[in-house]
Design a protein around this ligand. Structure first.
Ligand code: IPM
Ligand code: MG
Length: 355
């Protein structure tokens, strides 16, 4: 198979971790006789530095013309500490989502047996936890207008907007996921306060009869934040709006033991994007210490969902499991005897080559 992959390393640790994912991919492609063409493009702070635009048109065109996008991370502290900056790296990510129509962000939350002791929760609470969070990604308060300041600058406002169409497509996708899993769907909202949440519930209720096998429950977001900690095993598929999803998935990611392990897929109308859920970790940039596993697992997710290469995805996942079991990991997991980012990437590629 020939695979056209756009590679957007972005900022901070992005370039280092994406490089390791490419090593793993290349090892698989060599073994299985696939041919990959990688084309790199700019996004984020580095794109602002070089072009003034955090998501240049060239990058967008490349993404549109590729089969899949492998994405690193974006963000730079020089913008975080400057609320008056006119362009921000995050705008690049948001306009990429909008222009590629990436309305669903899929974040699988699974535990690794060898890492149970790293979880901030008791091992018996997290052992076997396995759910998928589906976050709406191109609507809600992130994109709603009006947004801004009053003329005197002393009042600011954001607007949360959802249409029935936006809710319907993400809801159907969530039901489809539930049908392939344990057939339980939790809809997270704030319907006791927000009009948008009430429209979510109403819309889900009209779709639910099409999926009679799926058990649907509705949960307020504050309660969901608590239940993720108290009883993570109760969840199978969770669907929620953009901002609630942003917050809950960071929370969910740490119960597995390390933020450095969770991959994600953003899917929708055009090319899908695969990226680790952690950010650009600027303190570690260039130090060869960041955990590349979330990006390597994102590459596995890409093989499976963009190319339907299930066996190939499993090869990568097996190599990642082996690296965790054998302690071939970075310092976030093993402080006393860590490997570097590139050494983990090499170990995984070698493991795949020897399969
Ligand atoms: C994420 C990130 C982004 C978001 C930021 C960087 C804009 O936190 O992908 O979860 O809020 O969506
Ligand atoms: Mg986030």
């Amino acid at each position: 198979m020939k695979l056209n992959i756009a590679v957007l390393p972005g900022d901070g640790i992005g370039p280092e971790i994406v490089e390791q994912a490419r090593k793993a991919l290349d090892a698989v492609f060599t073994k299985k006789g696939h041919e990959a063409v990688y084309t790199e493009a700019l996004v984020g702070a580095i794109a602002i530095d070089k072009t003034g635009n955090p998501y240049p048109d060239e990058t967008h065109e490349l993404c549109m013309n590729s089969d899949a996008v492998l994405f690193g991370a974006i963000g730079d502290p020089k913008y975080d500490n400057d609320p008056k900056a006119k362009v921000r790296p995050e705008q690049g990510l948001l306009s990429m989502r909008k222009k590629l129509g990436l309305y669903a962000n899929i974040r699988p939350v699974a535990t690794f047996p060898s890492l149970l002791h790293k979880s901030p929760l008791r091992a018996d609470l997290v052992e076997g936890a396995d759910f998928v969070a589906i976050r709406e990604l191109t609507g809600g308060i992130y994109f709603g207008r009006p947004q801004g300041r009053s003329e005197d600058g002393r009042t600011a406002y954001d607007t949360n907007v959802y249409s029935v169409e936006e809710i319907e497509r993400i809801t159907r996708l969530a039901f489809d996921f539930a049908m392939k899993r344990r057939k339980k769907l939790t809809v997270v909202d704030k319907a006791n306060v927000l009009a948008t949440s009430r429209l979510w519930r109403e819309t889900v209720q009209t779709i639910a009869p099409d999926y009679p096998e799926v058990e649907v429950e509705y949960m307020f977001v504050d309660n969901a934040a608590m239940q993720i900690i108290q009883w993570p095993k109760r969840f199978d598929v969770m669907v929620t709006e953009n901002m609630f999803g942003d917050i809950l998935t960071d929370e969910a990611s740490v119960i597995t033991g390390s933020l450095g392990l969770l991959p994600s897929a953003s899917i929708g109308l055009h090319t899908s994007v695969f990226e680790p859920i952690h950010g650009s970790y600027p303190q570690a940039a260039g130090k060869n210490i960041a955990n590349p596993l979330a990006t390597i697992l994102s590459a596995a997710l890409m093989l499976e969902s963009a190319f339907n290469l299930k066996e190939e995805a499993t090869m990568i996942r097996k190599a990642v499991d082996a690296s965790l079991e054998q302690g071939k990991v970075t310092e976030d997991i093993d402080k006393t005897n860590p490997l570097s980012t590139s050494a983990v990437g090499d170990w995984i590629a070698d493991y795949i080559s020897a399969m």
